[in-house]
Design a protein around this ligand. Structure first.
Ligand SMILES: Cc1cc2nc3c(=O)[nH]c(=O)nc-3n(C[C@H](O)[C@H](O)[C@H](O)COP(=O)(O)OP(=O)(O)OC[C@H]3O[C@@H](n4cnc5c(N)ncnc54)[C@H](O)[C@@H]3O)c2cc1C
Length: 406
């Protein structure tokens, strides 16, 4: 595991070693089953196996049994899991993402009422619902300042009443807790942004049919979420402090994009390993495919892509771990760094999977060789969380002032 350089600690190396063993024994042999696992039997088995190693508690509050984890350690672990299956890595990462807002705001009521079961011995799913039928990028764009959020939360007595709809979020319909990005009033812009926790059994919360997707077919479940007069206690808003939920929202975006970079690198490394192995075993013109200059150059380009994307996300993660010098995760600069790492890594991973398929000929197109599944799974990482376009806008915005176009 020299590929992580000096970014990781000795404890991280041990964690990475056990994860590598788990991926080799419990994920890689079942990748095809995960792809057709409509009842999610293998998905749950794999997630619970990772939970038995304590992975699901990373980032959750220590007071409830969670494990405090630095950004480098957190995302390097997800690269390892994504080498096996990036949909599994995603689903495992969501609860820490969801409860991040309550942890930041020290919302003891939410943590006590809703987070405790997530720190148990088995894995429980959570969902962060931002995207709306009218658009996902507008909801996430700093330019819109929360004004494009249509899901409304109104305070009635000591309860929030939520009405609206969300589109595509991970874990929709199969989660125990939903974090809904709402607005109390679009005119209030950032101060109107409200992150509100909703338990799955709340009346008025319902779901559409699970989406039929190109990749991450059962490792992640995506569906529409409907909120019709959903009532939750006032304290289930992450923070009542003006503007604090807007900060937490950007914080979630920055973490999501950083993790997405690590997932992408895991996929690319796996595709590269398959291509290296295949081109070492197959021959033409009297030598291994990988000994021919044309293919050597392709493999070298793939390695350069994987390594540069890995060092990019690890560098950004180490900056996340040093807030004193590099600022809050929700700052324009940090969001720009995380967005750059995601844009670069997801596009690199797509290229690497494509090149791996070329190097393996038609074998790579067959399910048995796994590359087609890595390629199908990784495409959405480029598209989600604002996609490659908003990601680039956020990079530019973090580096120089941009004229608002709203
Ligand atoms: C497997 C999967 C998992 C997902 N997980 C989640 C999740 O956990 N939570 C969640 O909330 N959502 C989730 N999504 C939704 C996903 O994040 C959004 O679909 C994505 O952000 C794009 O939003 P959109 O589809 O509405 O496209 P649009 O926002 O309509 O974008 C369409 C095109 O226009 C461009 N565009 C539009 N507006 C802007 C803008 N303001 N700035 C720059 N470019 C713009 C986009 O780049 C894109 O090219 C998931 C989707 C999938 C398929």
């Amino acid at each position: 595991m020299k590929e992580y350089g000096d970014f990781v600690s000795e404890a991280d190396r041990m964690m990475i070693a056990s994860l590598r063993e788990y991926v080799r024994g419990e994920i890689l042999p079942y990748r095809q089953q995960l792809d057709v696992d409509e009842d999610r039997v293998h998905v749950h088995r794999v997630l619970n196996g990772l939970a038995a190693m304590g992975l699901h508690k990373r980032g959750l509050p220590e007071s409830l049994g969670g494990i405090r984890t630095g950004a480098v350690s957190f995302v390097a672990g997800y690269e390892e899991i994504a080498r096996g299956d990036c949909g599994i890595a995603l689903t495992l990462s969501v609860p820490a993402w969801v409860f991040g807002a309550a942890v930041r705001s020290r919302n003891e009521r939410v943590l006590e009422d809703l987070c405790r079961p997530f720190c148990g011995d088995t894995f429980v799913e959570a969902c962060l619902a931002m995207t709306e039928p009218e658009g996902g990028c507008n909801v996430e764009s700093a330019e819109y300042r929360g004004k494009a959020i249509h899901t409304r939360a109104q305070l009635e007595g000591d309860h929030w009443v939520i009405n609206g709809a969300k589109q595509f979020p991970s874990g929709a319909g199969v989660s125990d807790v939903y974090l809904i990005a709402c607005t109390t009033d679009p005119e209030l812009a950032e101060e109107g942004i409200a992150l509100i926790y909703v338990p799955a059994n709340t009346p008025g919360l319902s779901f559409g049919t699970p989406e039929d997707k190109m990749g991450m077919r059962y490792t992640d479940v995506n569906a529409s979420v409907y909120l019709d007069d959903v009532r939750v206690p006032m304290e289930y808003r992450a923070s009542m402090e003006p503007g604090k939920d807007a900060e937490s929202f950007r914080n979630l975006l920055a973490w999501g994009r950083l993790s997405s970079a690590a997932f992408s690198v895991g996929v690319a490394q796996a595709a590269l390993d398959i291509a290296l192995d295949f081109t070492g075993q197959r021959h033409y013109g009297g030598k291994q495919v990988r000994q021919h200059t044309l293919q050597t150059a392709m493999l070298a380009d793939m390695m350069i892509g994987v390594e540069s994307a890995r060092f990019y996300y690890l560098t950004v993660a180490s900056m996340f771990d040093n807030r004193k010098v590099y600022g809050h995760h929700y700052s324009d600069e940090q969001l720009a760094r995380a967005s750059g790492a995601k844009v670069y890594a997801s596009e690199m991973a797509l290229k690497v999977c494509n090149m791996a398929m070329e190097l393996t000929g038609s074998y790579g197109y067959m399910r048995d060789y796994h590359i087609e599944k890595y390629l199908r799974d990784v495409k959405i990482i480029q598209l989600w969380e604002g996609g490659a376009q908003l990601g680039r806008i956020d990079v530019a915005r973090g580096r120089y002032p941009m004229v608002p176009y709203v």
